[in-house]
Design a protein around this ligand. Structure first.
Ligand code: SAH
Ligand code: SF4
Ligand code: F3S
Length: 453
């Protein structure tokens, strides 16, 4: 078998200098995590990493396809590279990730951006050395969007940029086919990673000083369904909770159709699991939920919320909401607002529906005007601002656990609490990467402020 890695290393280091790569990941934490693996692969070949795009010998955009806006942004950035490539013909430009996995993207790149050297999809991480070899030796566009693996790129060690905060994919792909969503088409079928592989990675990270671990999957609640091991997500959480060390655990995303009281009880009973659940609602209208193929009703959703609140009365929830799904009526939107007011989320990520070619919803006629959608979005944001600013007041006088990760200037530092809320406090730079108890003294509608105890 040809050792593409060694061959590429010889070619790129022939001049005696360390070649540099620049990578930017768009989209969700899963994609960012893939980006860390791509960097890992490049570093193992001999590349150094730079965040100065003009200094790079290899530029890779790791793309997202979830909404049209994400795709347009990438095309505009790739367009901007044309001049750089003209000045520096030996520059290699690559496009990968979810957007690259689509046939229509490959066609458009071939047609309009011929100076892009490589296009590879979400299954081809392990093929990167081979692709690079092709580009370096043949100097023509290399494309690989085959759906190879049903497994994981376990052998690539990620290069992580954050020492204290790490993501670990516990599963890949998605089988849910929500009617609006492109993810199942670009990430393939759901597959879970073996629990030992996950546990070992957590142990290694904790051993190297990591304080917060985010477990990733498109629907972590169906973790284990493709494994021979008899384990579900709650079981995995309990195993991780038993690992010794000073760290906390979060996860996303949790599909309401598979969320159980067992999950809520596990979160509440395990001391290392953050007491917060991101539970994407998408819509509060049962008619729309059914058209979205979400497989739960607003009633089932509220049962989960009620169970959590029966144990912790102000248990923290956040959510994703899509505004303007095809033919969403004023009544449907009112149903969404009803749930928003009932749950009192600490945070909402809201998106205007974006038509994705190839999905079921793309064929649905849509009579709702863009203006109406924008006005609903505005209303949702206004109501949520009030809810979170009122909700955040409940923390005044309480002590929260905060992992500090950012220097905001003027002696102020901030980080996230267990509840995933931004907390600010006066400190010095030694606080970065530390977990501190903070007594909350002030609340804003987007953050809290307090004093480190
Ligand atoms: N697997 C996760 C979601 C991944 S996509 C889950 O099921 O929760 C992240 C969010 O993007 C979704 O929750 C949804 O709110 C939003 N989204 C997905 N497709 C979209 C589309 N076509 N238009 C607008 N928002 C979309
Ligand atoms: Fe998309 Fe639904 Fe899968 Fe989430 S669960 S990735 S929204 S299809
Ligand atoms: Fe994530 Fe975007 Fe792909 S949200 S899974 S990077 S389409």
């Amino acid at each position: 078998m040809t050792d593409h890695k060694e061959n590429v290393r010889e070619l790129i280091t022939a001049g005696g200098k360390t070649p540099l790569c620049f990578l930017h990941s768009f989209g969700c934490r899963q994609n960012v995590s893939d980006g860390e693996k791509i960097l890992g692969s490049l570093c193992s070949i001999g590349y150094g990493v730079t965040d100065d795009i003009t200094a790079a010998d290899l530029i890779i955009y790791n793309t997202c396809a979830v909404r049209e806006g994400a795709e347009l942004k990438v095309y505009s950035l790739v367009g901007n590279l044309k001049n750089l490539k003209k000045k520096k013909p030996e520059l290699i430009i690559g496009l990968c990730g979810c957007m690259a996995q689509q046939e229509k993207t490959v066609e458009k790149i071939k047609r309009s951006y011929p100076y892009v050297d490589m296009v590879f999809g979400t299954f081809a991480l392990e093929k990167l050395p081979e692709l690079l070899y092709k580009v370096l030796t043949e100097r023509k566009q290399a494309v690989d969007i085959n759906e190879y693996s049903t497994g994981f790129p376990e052998d690539i060690r990620p290069v992580r940029t954050d020492k204290f905060n790490a993501s670990i994919p516990i599963m890949y792909g998605c089988n849910n086919f929500c009617s609006y969503c492109i993810v199942p088409y670009v990430r393939g079928r759901e597959r879970s990673r073996r629990p030992e592989a996950v546990i070992n990675e957590v142990k290694e990270l904790v051993g190297s000083g990591c304080k917060e671990i985010m477990l990733l999957g498109q629907n972590v609640n169906s973790y284990g369904s493709t494994l021979e091991d008899k384990i579900n997500f709650s079981g995995l959480l309990r195993m991780i909770n038993d690992i010794e060390g000073d760290f906390r655990v979060r996860f996303m995303s949790s599909h309401p159709k598979d969320a159980t009281n067992e999950l809520i009880d596990t979160i509440i009973d395990c001391d290392k699991i953050c007491k917060h659940l991101h539970l994407p609602l998408q819509s509060g209208s049962d008619r729309i939920l059914s058209a979205m193929n979400r497989k739960y009703t607003s009633g089932k959703y509220m049962e989960i919320v009620d169970h959590a609140r029966s144990r912790i009365p102000d248990f923290s929830f956040s959510t994703d909401i899509i505004i303007g799904f095809p033919n969403e009526t004023a009544e449907d939107f009112a149903d969404t607002m009803k749930i928003v007011r009932q749950v009192k989320y600490d945070n909402i990520f809201s998106f205007i529906y974006s038509k994705r070619t190839g999905t079921k919803a793309a064929d649905m006629e849509d009579a709702t005007s863009d203006e109406e959608k924008r006005s609903r979005m505005k209303e949702l944001l206004e109501v949520q601002r009030e809810i979170s600013s009122e909700g955040f007041r409940r923390f005044i006088g309480r002590t929260l656990t905060v992992l500090f990760d950012s220097d905001d200037g003027d002696g102020m530092f901030s980080g996230k609490s267990d509840e995933f809320i931004i907390v600010k406090a006066e400190a010095d730079s030694s606080v970065i990467g530390k977990v501190k108890k903070v007594r909350i003294t002030k609340s804003f509608n987007w953050a809290l402020q307090g004093e480190i105890i």
